[in-house]
Ligand binder design. Structure first.
Ligand SMILES: [Mg+2]
Length: 226
């Protein structure tokens, strides 16, 4: 066994976050009296992605970007809507949406027989705890390390220091980071000297040339890696 300790990202790795976001976005629109549409979701998502990238780079706090993504979106639309109300509805809906990604339940169930599985996530703690409590994969995960509770976030070394301090027996050599995000998961593994597996079902490019030890488009490919 090459990697007895597996550190899984949550959103868009084990949980189908894109699908959950569609539900949550509809709730946000309802909360402020907007008519939801695919076009509006696309425009909101651009602001959301830009805001989370600021957070991943340590340029803004989570509290700030959660509201600011809706502030920017409403400003672009030119509508006078309350970004805090929209965000509140968004987070409440996300917390009850625990749709798994393709094969994630099967893969966690199988790997948990031989490996120790942990969740490493930058998500909002209340959302992630709510989702996890309802998730089919919950029994297969030994612990979930949520950035808000850790006091640091991926990709910083401080975040991984926190994880390593809470997992007995883990070393830089015996664990594998599995995640979909270059800016948080893969960069985090690069920074901390950990092996990493990029779950890249959309076959995105790696423009910054980060070290990617394994790249997969199907989680079941992990069976041959770990
Ligand atoms: Mg992710």
């Amino acid at each position: 066994m090459r990697y007895p300790y597996l550190l899984f990202d949550a959103d868009n790795t084990l949980f189908d976050f894109d699908r959950a976001v569609r539900y949550a976005f509809d709730a946000s629109c309802r909360a402020v009296g907007l008519q939801s549409s695919d076009e509006l979701l696309r425009r909101y998502s651009a602001h959301n992605d830009a805001c989370w990238l600021m957070f991943d780079r340590g340029e803004a706090s989570k509290e700030f970007i959660l509201i600011d993504r809706f502030r920017r979106f409403f400003a672009e639309l030119g509508v006078d809507a309350d970004p805090e109300a929209a965000n509140r509805a968004h987070l409440e809906t996300l917390a009850v949406c625990s749709f798994p990604t393709a094969h994630s339940v099967e893969v966690c169930r199988t790997l948990a027989r031989t490996h120790r599985l942990f969740l490493i996530t930058n998500a909002v703690a209340s959302v992630q705890r709510g989702r996890l409590a309802r998730a089919e994969i919950k029994p297969y995960l030994e612990a979930a390390f949520i950035s808000e509770e850790a006091g640091a976030q991926k990709p910083t070394a401080a975040y991984f220091d926190y994880v390593f301090a809470h997992v007995d027996g883990i070393t830089r050599e015996n664990c594998l980071v599995v995640g979909d995000s270059l800016s948080s998961d893969i960069r985090g593994a690069n920074n901390y000297g950990l092996a990493c597996c990029w779950y890249n079902p959309k076959r995105l490019p790696n423009p910054e040339g980060l070290r990617v030890d394994y790249e997969i488009t199907d989680l079941r490919a992990l069976y041959d890696i770990v």
